[in-house]
Structures are given as structure tokens and as C-alpha cells.
Design a binder for this molecule. Structure first.
Ligand code: F3S
Length: 428
């Protein structure tokens, strides 16, 4: 790979051992990918904390502490180096717990302490501690064409497709190296020719709420895997939450990192732009039968109608979604045998507090939580066997990670389950 002068300086160790290791990592990574050069980035989204089970044991036992965690897991270096301040503007993604709900999440005091130490350490390095899988909901909104280095599949697909930012799905190591150097290999979705559609999806039915968009995403992901679908025929312009659910579902049932919606997303004003004048590799339809198939697959683990736990906020809820839930739940009471947890970025919770939404949810017996989620943090109410979710992504992962059954439906059906303790949702 050809290095620029500033990159060579870092590789030669003239800017300290951490940046030297970061540049060495990017060089190895870029060469493995076949990249010819690096590109400047000033927008990194990454996890770098130590609150997940394996990392917290490592952090607790290693004399090098959090520098050792960063060296090993964000720079692929067994040698512990002192980590300097980051060079690229960097947002921290989700964490393993919500410290304000440690008791409900059954999280030990030591882990909360580790979380707090991590916050201070990473904040000191200059990371923005947004602690959410949806940085684009709380101020990190790349512009079209901006080169980014993001982790988190649901955020990556949103960045590429809805915002027109340019990122591959980075790992912890490449994102760690990018934040220290402000560089990332120039390949994949950074290049124009790799952003063109490959599969045409003719949408033959109305797709309206977030659950519908989740089903469409789940179906499309399974069909196209890691290619680039182009949706045609969308009659109702989706909002942020609907595209968020579509992308999260498509990136979990398949490996979709970019899609286009004709007339909606920024690189798809028409078919010609979306496909770059090329013929699609395949054309698929999405009608009632495909929708039903997706519904059955997302609900494939659910058997018992009794619901122990309703989890909302995957990806983290927007303020609009919290507002909608409050309208459904205000003045009512969550069933005595059921828990309701809703996850949102802490910056949105601040506004929810101010608006009285947190009080409405709490008075109903639910909790508005931040920073983490059940699948990522492995946090659930004790004894949960059956969960209900409005996210196809969470329905995909929760049974696999936590061994529970999961019902999938609309947000209203989930709230109904929280209030009655039973699942009564069905495909409309
Ligand atoms: Fe976010 Fe957890 Fe879903 S990190 S995208 S809420 S699996």
C-alpha cells in the first residue's frame, strides 16, 4: 500500500508507539483487503470499553489496566503501550450496562465501577461518550460522501444508505487504529463503484410502520445476503425509525451494509443512479406471501403466549418512538408478572426526562434505560423465558444469545403484551 508522508511518519514511530502500532495495523489490514492507499477520516464510531464479560475479566486481572485493554483489543498489540488522545472525532457506541439501572440489570457493583473508570479513561482520550448504537440520532450525522470508520452493523447500514456517508463495517481493531491516526483503508464502500445496487426488490404492498419495515428488511437480508438491494415501489416515504428498523433487520438476517430506496435515499434518485446503468443481478418481488414468510421466520422461536419481558429500543429508540409509547401506556399499569424495559441514548433520555416521558413510563411500572440493550449487554429481567420485541434484529439475536423465546410484532402489540402479560399479536 502506498503511504502518504504523514502516514509514513506514524509508521516510523515519530508520533509515539501507539500511533506506530495503529498505522502498522492499518497497513496489514489494508494490504489484506487489497487497498491501494488509506483515506483521511474524521468520523469514527467504536466500542472501546471493557464492560462485556471477557473484557472485564481481562481488565481486572491485567496490571496494565485500561491501556492494556486498548492495546490488546483495539490495536491488536500484546505489548502494552500508553494510549494518547485520539486524532479523529470519535463517538463511543453501546456499552455492556446502564449504571443507573444496575440493580434491575443484576449488574455487580465492581462492574459499575469498571464502567465508570472506562468512561473517565475514554473520555480523557477524547472520545464522545454517546454510548449508543444510534449515534446518528444524537448528533453524529455524516454528510453525503464523508469518509467514516464505523462499527455496529445497524449504524453502518444507516450511515451508508440513508445519510450517504461512506463506511465499511469496521472491527474494534481497525476502528481503534482509525481513531488514533485519522486514517482508514480506502476500499469497499468508500469507492463509488462498490456502492451501486445489485438486486432489484419490487415492493408490491404498502409498508408503513416500523414492524413492517423490519419484516421487509428481514426478508431482503435473507435473500440478498451481503449484496446491495434497491427497493422500488415504496409508496409511503419512511421516517428515521422505519429506515433504522429496516437496516437493522437486513444487516442481521443477511450482511447488508448498504441499500437504496428509489426516490428516497441520497444515491438513488432513479434506477439509473441506483444501479449505475448496470443490469441488476436479480429481481425479486415482495408481496403478501413474502411478508408472511418473514413474519413466520422472525417469530420462529415463540411458543408460549405468557410474556415475561417486553424489550423495546433495538436499535435505541428515538424521541418520537418514546412519545408514541407514552401515548399507549399513560395512566395504565404493566402486568405484575411482566417487565417493560425501553432502551434509548442517554442524550434522548435527558429530553424524555424533561418532557415527563420517563415519569409516564416509570409510573406505569416500566423502565427507560440507556447505554446498552439485552442482546449486547446480556441484561434481562431475572427468570425471563418469553420476551416480546418490536425489532426483527432483537428477535433474531435474543433467542440465540439468551436462550429465550421471542415474539415479534408492532410496538402497540408489545405494549399490549406488557399490560396484559400475554402475547396477542398477529400479522394484520
Ligand atoms: Fe442496538 Fe442492541 Fe439492537 S446495541 S442495534 S439495541 S442489538
Amino acid at each position: 500500500m502506498k503511504l502518504a508522508v504523514d502516514e509514513q511518519r506514524m509508521l516510523d514511530g515519530k508520533e509515539g508507539p501507539a500511533r506506530q502500532k495503529a498505522m502498522d495495523l492499518l497497513l496489514r489490514y489494508g494490504e489484506a483487503l487489497g487497498a491501494e492507499r488509506l483515506v483521511d477520516t474524521n468520523n469514527v464510531c467504536a466500542t472501546a470499553g471493557a464492560t462485556t464479560p471477557f473484557l472485564r475479566d481481562f481488565a481486572a486481572q491485567h496490571p496494565g489496566g485500561l491501556d492494556a485493554v486498548f492495546s490488546e483489543f483495539s490495536l491488536d498489540s500484546a505489548e502494552v503501550v500508553k494510549i494518547p488522545k485520539v486524532r479523529a472525532y470519535t463517538s463511543h457506541l453501546q456499552q455492556g450496562l446502564d449504571p443507573a439501572h444496575a440493580a434491575e440489570q443484576n449488574v455487580a457493583h465492581e462492574l459499575v465501577q469498571l464502567y465508570r473508570n472506562g468512561q473517565a479513561y475514554l473520555g480523557g482520550l477524547g472520545l464522545q461518550m454517546l454510548n449508543t448504537c444510534t449515534p446518528y440520532q444524537v448528533g453524529n450525522v455524516p454528510v453525503k460522501g464523508e469518509h467514516c470508520a464505523w462499527m455496529e452493523s445497524s449504524a453502518v447500514i444507516y450511515c451508508n444508505s440513508v445519510l450517504g456517508g461512506r463506511t465499511n463495517a469496521e472491527g474494534r481493531e481497525s476502528a481503534g487504529a482509525a481513531m488514533l491516526t485519522g486514517k482508514i483503508p480506502y476500499w469497499g464502500y468508500h469507492l463509488d463503484q462498490n456502492r451501486l445496487g445489485t438486486h432489484l426488490i419490487e415492493v408490491e404492498i404498502d409498508v408503513r410502520d416500523t414492524a413492517d419495515w423490519g419484516l421487509l428488511g428481514y426478508y431482503v437480508g435473507e435473500m440478498v445476503q451481503d449484496r446491495i438491494p434497491v427497493l422500488n415501489g415504496i409508496r409511503y416515504v419512511p421516517n428515521l425509525a422505519r429506515l433504522k428498523h429496516f437496516g437493522a433487520a437486513a444487516s442481521s438476517s443477511g450482511g447488508v451494509e448498504m441499500y437504496h430506496v428509489i426516490g428516497v435515499t441520497p444515491e438513488a434518485s432513479d434506477m439509473k443512479e441506483a444501479f449505475g446503468g448496470r443490469k441488476p443481478m436479480a429481481a425479486l418481488g415482495y408481496g403478501p406471501a413474502e411478508r408472511r414468510l418473514a413474519y413466520e421466520r422472525v417469530n420462529s422461536t415463540a411458543r408460549e403466549r405468557r410474556v415475561d419481558y417486553v424489550m423495546l429500543g433495538c436499535p435505541h429508540y428515538s424521541l418520537e418512538q418514546i412519545w408514541e409509547v407514552c401515548q399507549l401506556i399513560e395512566g395504565q399499569r404493566v402486568h405484575a408478572d411482566t417487565c417493560l424495559w425501553i432502551f434509548t441514548p442517554s442524550a434522548i433520555k435527558e429530553v424524555a426526562d424533561r418532557n415527563g416521558y420517563t415519569r409516564i413510563i416509570t409510573e406505569a411500572g416500566g423502565h427507560l434505560m440507556t447505554d446498552t440493550c439485552s442482546a449486547f449487554g446480556r441484561v434481562m429481567p431475572k427468570g425471563t423465558k418469553v420476551a416480546a420485541v418490536d425489532s426483527a434484529k432483537q428477535a433474531h439475536y435474543l433467542p440465540a444469545i439468551m436462550g429465550v423465546q421471542a415474539w415479534f410484532g408492532t410496538s402497540a402489540e408489545c405494549i399490549q403484551a406488557a399490560l396484559t402479560g400475554r402475547w396477542s399479536g398477529r400479522l394484520q
